[in-house]
Design a protein around this ligand. Structure first.
Ligand SMILES: Cc1ncc(COP(=O)(O)O)c(C=O)c1O
Length: 381
C-alpha cells in the first residue's frame, strides 16, 4: 500500500462489536482477566492499550519500521530512546538540533553518565574525529530546526556502522511523507507527533519507532518502565490526525514553496532558509535524500531585531507561537522562544540571530499568508 492508503487504514479497525470505521477510545486503565494468566492481550494501559496500539501500528507502517511506542510528548520519546544507552556510553549529536533536545543532552544525560558531543554533522571528518572507544550512538535531526541544514543520513549511517554505533533520527520536520530514514539504514526514528503527524495543534505527543522488532520491543519495554507512554485519548487524536498527513504535507509544502520564493525577493529579507529553494547550498543532497520539503522555513529580517514586535503585531493570520506542523501558520523568534535554552553562544554557533524568524507554514490560502506578510513588512518600513 502507498502512504496515503496506509495513513487512512492501518491499525484502524479494532472494533469487532459494531464495525466502527474509526478506532474506539479505550480509556480503561486496567483490563480484567478471564482467569489467572488469561486475558485478551491487555492488562494495564501504561504497558499497552488497544487505541495506542492502533496509532503505533499506523505510524510504524508509515515509517516502514517493525514497531513503535507512542509517548506523552516528543521529548518523552527522545528521553525513552536515549535510555537505549547506559552510563559510560558516549553519543555524538548534531550541533543545531531542537533546543529541548539540546537541553536534555547537555544538562540531563551527562548527569546519568551518558556523555554527548555536539558536532557539525555536515562535516563527516569532524564526526569521525569525535568517535571514541565508548561511542555508541549518533543522533541526527534533519533538516535542522530552525536553520534547515541538511545532514547526509546515508553517509553518517556508514560511519556509524563502521563503529557499531546505533543511529537515531528525529524525523519530525519532514514526516515519513517526505523522508524515510529507515530506508537509509537508521535504527530508531522519533517524532514529536505534536507537529505534523497529529497536525491540528490539539495534542502533545511523541513516538519512537524501531527498525527491527528487537529495537521496537526494547523501546516499548523502556517506555513502560519509565512511564512515558501516552494516554488513549491522545493516541486517538493522533490516529485521527495522521490519516490526513499525506494530504496536509502537500499543502504545507506548496504554501511554503510560494512563501520562500516570495520572501527571497523581498528587500527587507536578508536570507531565506528552505530546502526547496535552488539557493539552498545542499540542493543536490536534498534532491537525493528528501521526497519533499515540508512546511518549515526561516528567514533573516533585514531590520533591527527591535522591529520584530511591530512585524509580528501586524499579522492577522499568522500567530506568534512556538511549535510547528499544525494546520495554522505560526511565526516565532527562535532567539528568545523555541531555542532560548541553547544560550547565546549555542545560538550563534548554529547561525541563529535575533533577526531570525521561523515560520511554520500552515494550510490556509497562500495569498492570505502573503498579504499578511505584506502587512508585517509595511509595519516596519
Ligand atoms: C524537531 C523537534 N523534535 C522534538 C520536539 C519535542 O517535541 P514535544 O514538544 O512534543 O516534546 C520538537 C518540539 O518543538 C521539535 O521541533
Amino acid at each position: 500500500m502507498r502512504p496515503e492508503t496506509k495513513a487512512v487504514h492501518t491499525g484502524v479497525y479494532a472494533d469487532r462489536s459494531y464495525n466502527s470505521v474509526t478506532t474506539p477510545i479505550y480509556p480503561s486503565s486496567t483490563f480484567s482477566f478471564d482467569a489467572v494468566g488469561v486475558n485478551k492481550g491487555y492488562d494495564y494501559t501504561r504497558t499497552a492499550n488497544p487505541t495506542r496500539d492502533a496509532m503505533e501500528q499506523n505510524v510504524a507502517a508509515l515509517e516502514g519500521g517493525a514497531g513503535a511506542v507512542a509517548t506523552s510528548t516528543g521529548m518523552s520519546a527522545i528521553s525513552t530512546a536515549m535510555m537505549l544507552f547506559k552510563a559510560g556510553d558516549h553519543v555524538i549529536a548534531g550541533n543545531d538540533i531542537y533546543g529541548g533536545t539540546y537541553r536534555l543532552f547537555d544538562q540531563v544525560l551527562p548527569g546519568l553518565g551518558i556523555e554527548i558531543s555536539f558536532v557539525n554533522l555536515r562535516d563527516t571528518d569532524a564526526v569521525r574525529q569525535a568517535v571514541r572507544d565508548n561511542t555508541r550512538g549518533l543522533w541526527i535531526e534533519t533538516p535542522s530546526n530552525p536553520m534547515l541544514n541538511v545532514i547526509d543520513i546515508a553517509v553518517l549511517v556508514a560511519v556509524a556502522n563502521e563503529h557499531e554505533m546505533l543511529t537515531l533520527c528525529d524525523n519530525t520536520f519532514l514526516s515519513p511523507i517526505f523522508q524515510r530514514p529507515f530506508e537509509l539504514g537508521v535504527d530508531v526514528i522519533v517524532h514529536s507527533t505534536t507537529k505534523y503527524i497529529n497536525g491540528h495543534s490539539d495534542v502533545v505527543g511523541g513516538v519512537a519507532i524501531g527498525r527491527t522488532a528487537e529495537l521496537a520491543d526494547r523501546l516499548k519495554w523502556l517506555a513502560n518502565a519509565l512511564g512515558t507512554t501516552c494516554s488513549p485519548f491522545d493516541a486517538w487524536l493522533v490516529l485521527r490526525g495522521v490519516k490526513s498527513l499525506p494530504a496536509r504535507m502537500r499543502v504545507h509544502e506548496a504554501n511554503a514553496t510560494r512563501l520562500a520564493h516570495w520572501l527571497e525577493q523581498h528587500p527587507r529579507v536578508k536570507k531565506v532558509y528552505y530546502t526547496g529553494l535552488a539557493s539552498h547550498p545542499q540542493h543536490e543532497l536534498i534532491a537525493r535524500q528528501q521526497e519533499g520539503h515540508g512546511g518549515m522555513l526561516a528567514f533573516d529580517l533585514d531590520a533591527p531585531a527591535d522591529k520584530l514586535d511591530a512585524f509580528f503585531a501586524a499579522f492577522e493570520v499568522f500567530l506568534l507561537a512556538e511549535s510547528l506542523g499544525g494546520v495554522e501558520s505560526l511565526v516565532e523568534q527562535p532567539w528568545t522562544m523555541s531555542h532560548a535554552s541553547m544560550g547565546e553562544a549555542g545560538l550563534a554557533a548554529s547561525g541563529i540571530s535575533p533577526q531570525t524568524v521561523r515560520v511554520s507554514v500552515g494550510i490556509e490560502h497562500v495569498d492570505d499568508l502573503i498579504e499578511d506578510l505584506e502587512r508585517g513588512f509595511a509595519a516596519i518600513q
